[in-house]
Write a protein that binds this ligand. Structure first.
Ligand SMILES: N[C@@H](CCC(=O)N[C@@H](CS)C(=O)NCC(=O)O)C(=O)O
Length: 202
């Protein structure tokens, strides 16, 4: 979702190729040759191939500085952008993975249930901290400036929709969700993906 929305924000031509994980299309020899970790997404740019959505997001932003989707090296806010993008992908997204995909980590149902409960508690704390940060220095992750970090965070907010306390329950996160989802690029991405905010896909 995030690299796709970033491509639409940039407005450059691209081809979207659906890889249906439910049908195992991410485990075909052709796909594994591109991405041996059998995960989506994968970006192909000329002869270059890369995976990891945050890395792809950063790469797209730096290849299209005219889109202004992140502070470039030397610009104010660069360190804040990097800090949050990395935090979102390696801390927030990891707890979300524990909740959605506990079967990737643990064998027994009881252990998975316990992991999900712990992940949900941790996520409530993390989202609450992020919400407080947005209260002090919002409405975006970078304050007044919209960036690809907002898109990445809102993508992860959608992953909470089936939890007891979804991200939409936090007022400042909810305001950011409203800002990002009102953007034409986000709406076009959701339509092309065939998903809505409350739909089944993560
Ligand atoms: N850290 C990776 C996570 C990607 C990821 O977990 N993708 C899931 C779908 S949301 C996937 O491809 N799962 C299929 C699998 O692991 O086999 C990223 O951000 O690109």
């Amino acid at each position: 979702m995030a690299p796709h929305a970033v491509l639409r924000e940039i407005g450059c031509p691209f081809e979207l190729v659906r890889v249906d994980t439910a049908k195992g299309e991410n485990r075909t020899p052709e796909y594994l040759a591109l991405n041996p970790h059998h995960r989506v997404p994968t970006l192909i740019h000329g002869s270059r191939v890369m995976f990891e959505s945050a890395a792809i997001t950063l790469y797209l932003c730096e290849n299209h500085p005219e889109a202004g989707l992140m502070p470039l090296p030397g610009e104010p806010g660069r360190e804040v952008f990097l800090q949050w993008l990395f935090f979102f992908t390696n801390t927030l997204q990891e707890d979300l993975q524990h909740w959605w995909h506990a079967d990737n980590y643990l064998d027994t149902e009881a252990a998975r249930e316990e992991m999900k409960a712990v992940a949900e508690r941790r996520l409530q704390r993390l989202f609450s901290q992020i919400d407080s940060g947005l209260a002090e220095n919002g409405p975006h992750v970078l304050g007044a400036r919209f960036s690809a970090a907002d898109i990445f965070l809102v993508m992860l907010c959608r992953w909470t929709r089936a939890m007891a306390v979804p991200a939409t329950d936090y007022p400042h996160l909810n305001r950011l969700i409203g800002i990002v989802t009102a953007r034409p690029a986000w709406a076009a991405m959701m339509e092309a993906e065939g998903i809505n905010w409350n739909g089944p896909l993560a």
